[in-house]
Design a protein around this ligand. Structure first.
Ligand SMILES: C[S@@+](CC[C@H](N)C(=O)[O-])C[C@H]1O[C@@H](n2cnc3c(N)ncnc32)[C@H](O)[C@@H]1O
Length: 225
């Protein structure tokens, strides 16, 4: 049976090689590990989730596909029980604060990683800053649109580099490439923020939105698009 992946997961697959030993943290439905083994012929994948419901779905999907030799499933929190031979980590489909917690709770695991692919649903700037702080640099980035949602795919490798504030907010590769989806995402975010500012929102939220608008305006003025 061939597996259809949504575009954001396909973008992750495009950054994984057959010899990589991959951990999919927060695997849920298990689509990514199943695709990597069935369609990309990877032989070693660790797929985990920290909640029983999603873990049971993952476990069942792997057993039904008879791929339990290639895909090791685990009911585990973040990177805490990731096996030592894993060298490529995917954390996709969670808020940026959850991703930061997962990283901060397992700093000792960062040494074994040669590539990490992150897809935060929120607070991508905080994820970028944290990973740069831990000595990772940006290998690739992209913005993928699925229906009305934009997903930021961030691919990082262990290599220390100093980034400026604007690069950590928007992504250095995104700023270089200026893809149509990247520009569209920030234009729509700006318009949505303007609409929110015209509504009755509390002061704290208003300050947050105004701060983001200022950053987007700096982006427009510096990048000239
Ligand atoms: C929305 S699903 C994303 C599924 C898939 N990774 C994707 O991108 O389509 C997020 C999953 O992350 C799991 N999760 C959240 N926090 C986690 C943690 N600390 N450790 C492992 N899994 C976690 C949730 O239980 C949920 O199944």
């Amino acid at each position: 049976m061939s597996i259809q992946l949504p575009p954001r997961l396909m973008a992750i697959v495009d950054h994984i090689n057959v010899e990589d030993r991959v951990a999919d943290i927060g695997s849920d439905h298990g689509l990514l590990p199943l695709f990597l083994v069935e369609e990309r012929h990877l032989t070693r994948v660790y797929a985990s989730d920290n909640k029983e419901g999603p873990f049971n779905i993952l476990h069942k999907a792997v057993m039904e596909a008879s791929l339990d030799k290639q895909i090791q499933v685990d009911l585990a929190d973040g990177l805490k029980r990731m096996p030592e031979d894993i060298n490529t980590v995917v954390i996709s489909g969670m808020g940026g604060d959850v991703i930061c917690d997962i990283i901060n709770n397992s700093i000792d695991k960062l040494d074994q990683i040669k590539k990490i692919i992150l897809v935060p649903h929120t607070k991508a700037d905080e994820v970028r800053s944290l990973m740069a702080f831990y000595g990772f640099s940006f290998e690739d980035e992209m913005v993928v649109q699925e229906d009305n949602h934009f997903y930021e795919i961030i691919v990082m490798v262990p290599k220390r580099h100093i980034y400026c504030g604007l690069e950590l907010v928007f992504g250095p590769v995104n700023l270089n490439q200026k893809s149509a989806s990247f520009i569209k995402m920030w234009r729509e975010r700006y318009e949505r923020n303007e609409k929110l500012l015209s509504e009755n929102i509390d002061d704290h939220r208003r300050d947050q939105i105004l701060a983001e608008q200022e950053k987007i305006e700096t982006l427009w003025s510096k990048q000239k698009f």
